[in-house]
Write a protein that binds this ligand. Structure first.
Ligand code: LER
Ligand code: MN
Length: 279
């Protein structure tokens, strides 16, 4: 266990983020103090471009609340901009690289981790799985090589089959990461997706523990942990066996309303994290 142990963040997006940005709260200035008040240690920023935040203002809001940024996530780069690693068109891949390069530059000062969810791309009509994988490995290497010198890590999030047809499980993610062959790339399990895709969640986390750098926590129905049927004791046991001591982040639907969802999640998960960190 690292000296700080596991910490808990909550996912935020900009005020004008579309409904398909999967976050608890919108609006950074208003949400950061609310997260601190509920006992979260940090906030995750769901962005589609680095210029959605003003770094000086963000620093000031975080400092006032004594919070950190846990990571930058990029679902909206895919959902909002239609950009992804395996774009059949080289221009689309170049635009993807540029957006990610700017997010990496932002992550240097905020969190040090950039996630790749659906922006990893997919097997498109007329494209072979082999070609998709080749394009993915190529882009992942380029981004790792841009991120390494500024101390940023890239994390790949397996996403369930109903959202994407490429990298659905931790085993699949680990297999492609072995082909990327870079030190600053790791795995980002999301318990919502794992509940759909993994045979045994705890066992999968234990099996891939050394590569797990960041975790998304949501229940089976994508509500706050405790509101569905995921066995979080099994999840935390698996993380413990893997020696995980990074950030976990609450990424859930804002239901019945954002404040209630954030409170339910904090009340359930913060005591689990305290127990986890006591060993
Ligand atoms: C993003 O972190 C995520 O979990 C995905 O479901 C978004 O498509
Ligand atoms: Mn997620």
């Amino acid at each position: 266990m690292g000296k700080d142990g596991m910490k808990l963040a909550v996912a935020l997006a900009a005020e004008n983020a579309p409904p398909d940005a999967f976050v608890v709260w919108r609006g950074f200035e208003q949400s950061i103090p609310k997260a601190a008040h509920l006992g979260y240690h940090g906030v995750e920023l769901a962005l589609k471009a680095a210029d959605e935040v003003d770094p000086d203002k963000l620093h000031a809001w975080l400092e006032a609340a004594n919070l950190k940024v846990s990571a930058i996530t990029t679902g909206q780069v895919f959902a909002g901009l239609g950009l992804h690693f395996t774009h059949p068109d080289p221009g689309g891949r170049e635009r993807t690289f540029n957006v990610f390069r700017n997010l990496i530059a932002l992550a240097k000062d905020f969190g040090g981790i950039v996630n790749v969810g659906r922006a990893r791309g997919f097997v498109a009509e007329g494209q072979s799985r082999r070609e998709t994988e080749r394009l993915f490995v190529d882009m992942a290497r380029r981004l790792c090589d841009a991120a390494g010198p500024v101390g940023v890590e890239i994390v790949i999030e397996p996403v369930n089959r109903y959202e994407i047809n490429f990298i659905n499980t931790l085993d699949e993610a680990a297999a492609v990461l072995a082909k990327v062959r870079r030190d600053n790339i790791g795995l980002m399990p999301d318990t919502f997706h794992m509940n759909i895709e993994e045979a045994e969640m705890g066992a999968a986390l234990a099996r891939h523990g050394r590569a797990v750098r960041y975790v998304h926590l949501a229940d089976s129905n994508r509500l706050a942990p405790g509101q569905g049927h995921v066995d979080f004791d099994d999840v935390f046991d698996g993380l413990r066996q893997g020696g995980f001591d990074g950030w976990a982040c609450i990424e859930i639907l804002p239901r019945p309303d954002p404040d209630t969802a954030a409170r339910q999640a904090a009340e359930t998960v913060l005591p689990m994290i305290e127990r986890y960190n006591r060993g």
